[in-house]
Design a protein around this ligand. Sequence first.
Ligand code: SAH
Length: 453
Amino acid sequence: MNRSPIEKNEELELAIDSVTLEGAGVGRVDGFAVFVPGALAGERVRTHIIKTTASYAVGKLLEVAEPSPHRMEPLCPVYARCGGCAFGHVTYEEELRIKERQVADALTRLGGLKEVPMRPILGMDLPQRYRNKGAFPYGMTEAGPAFGFYAPRSHRLAPVDDCLIEQEGICRAVGVVKAWAERYQIRPYDEKTGKGTLRHAVVRVTTDRELMAVIVTKGDLPHKKELTEALSFADSVYWNRNDRNTNVIFGDSFTLLAGKPTLQETLLGLAFEVSPRSFLQVNPVQTQKLYGAALALLDPQPGETVADVYCGIGTISLLLARKAGRVIGIEVIPEAVKNARGNAVRNGVENASFLCAPAEEALPKLVADGQTIDCLTVDPPRKGCEVQVIDAILASGARRMVYVSCNPATLARDVKCLTSGGFTVQTVQPVDMFPRCGHVETAVLLSRPEARQ
Ligand code: SAH
């Protein structure tokens, strides 16, 4: 086993060579990697080592001795204390370059590609006020009970009155819930003791300017009438009860307190119904760029049958259905499948059907049953595709596919399996869905000359 050449609590000066997707600068001491969150490539920094392992160390940034020309003063007053963003200290142009490089690096290092056919990342014109959803925990802070975000890698809550990446209206609604909680002395829920009542305020807005607020409590919700009165501007108000001692936000029971049960979101001319639990991409401006790119890359034809694996509420499926002969969506969450079916009807789409099952069961079964699949999209969660899904794609007749990914590492792992199985990567299109944050979305077109049968 290697031994770290660096001791915990040591202070050292370090040259930074690169930046991770999570916003940490990486420097080396005798080849040994040191991660310094907040440091930028090209900088010399002074760091205090707070952690060492056999393969890397982590240091706290004490001072930037030689700053990068891409360093900027964060626009957000709580940036240093809040763990929500990772690139507030970098110009947006540089953030885009970092993200592009991370996608290319993952595909070469983990994906085994010799050359990456990269298109320039699609960024936002104005990388602010883009999020359509905020989930704010309520807890005790130095300034008393408040909604906020957890500090990086900790359970310390930083109060946040206004978050610059949230769309207008979201923090205002959270502020109204805070005023109600203060007025009626609703105690914050404490994760450690399991005591207290108010856990989260989750607020979502749509492109149609509708707003949904979900108040999450442990135990009963006191002062319901006063809460719904305070939130009378909302189109939909839910109470969610979560009695479990967990950091999962929602419990099972949703009660509609006021307004309508679902909101409507319009994306690329299609209308989608959104329930409190439905997955919806958080950046509508960039979502349309991502879906537009995915659709153009796959280029489904009128006679083709297309599978949309991990289809959520059917967003990509219904876009595909406008071009393809037939679309089969696969999704594990029953509520989302119900939304997807409803969305098909709502948009007059008759050539899309949806299977409610785990993709690792449904796709192998479709292929084994001899279902024609001419091409497909996959859009899995962060952990990527299950191996059975990859095997089923390889065993299918599909000659083209678009892999939409929110995690370059699992994308690269799966791309490696797909290329080993005969696919070639044609185009890689990164999309900055999460400006200022340590995440990036990518659409990859893969094809093969003929299917293995
Ligand atoms: N394509 C959709 C959803 C992408 S998010 C959109 O763009 O809106 C990933 C989706 O995969 C979620 O809806 C999640 O519920 C679903 N999912 C997660 N694990 C799954 C599995 N094993 N099988 C099928 N669907 C799954």
